[in-house]
Unconditional design. Structure first.
Length: 163
């Protein structure tokens, strides 16, 4: 199974692709989609959604795992991220891909076993679980790979049964 993970953001959207056979992870690729603050927000959101669709097709993704919006004190930055999530879900739906949204707490629990794990702990576990020599960079790409692991952790039994 090929999982496309997405860490949504307006300036930087992280993405990662992991193959999972029910027991073993194989990192395929990862990176970020960057948009320019000089561009209109509508164009930035459209670009992110289209680029994610292209990635899903290029890597023949079976499913998408995406971190859901996390409301902090800064609601101003949360609204554009929510728009990116909505546009991306629309694009993935056009491609007949199922999207699974996970809270940051869900992702931390799935990757580290601790809901209060810090960013460094999550990134180190991503490195270990994917058998990488270094922590994936940039941070948003590592977060997207964590989203993939979260999906696989939540769905390992289903994948094993189907295999």
């Amino acid at each position: 199974m090929i999982v496309l993970g997405v860490d949504p953001g307006l300036a930087d959207t992280g993405w990662g692709v992991v193959e999972f056979d029910g027991q073993h992870y194989r990192p395929v690729s990862f990176g970020t989609i960057k948009t320019s603050p000089e561009d209109e927000q509508q164009k930035r959101i459209y670009t992110i959604a289209e680029d994610l669709g292209t990635l899903a097709e290029r890597f023949s993704a079976d499913v998408v795992a995406m971190e859901d919006i996390f409301f902090t004190k800064n609601i101003t930055s949360a609204i554009p991220v929510a728009k990116v999530i909505g546009a991306s879900i629309h694009k993935f739906t056009e491609l007949s891909l199922r999207v699974h949204l996970y809270s940051p707490l869900d992702v931390k629990m799935a990757v580290t076993g601790m809901g209060r794990a810090d960013k460094n702990q999550v990134q180190e576990m991503v490195r270990i679980l994917l058998n990488l020599k270094e922590i994936p960079r940039p941070d948003h790409a590592a977060d997207a790979l964590a989203d993939c692991i979260c999906y696989c952790t939540h769905n390992a039994l289903k994948v094993t049964i189907r295999s």
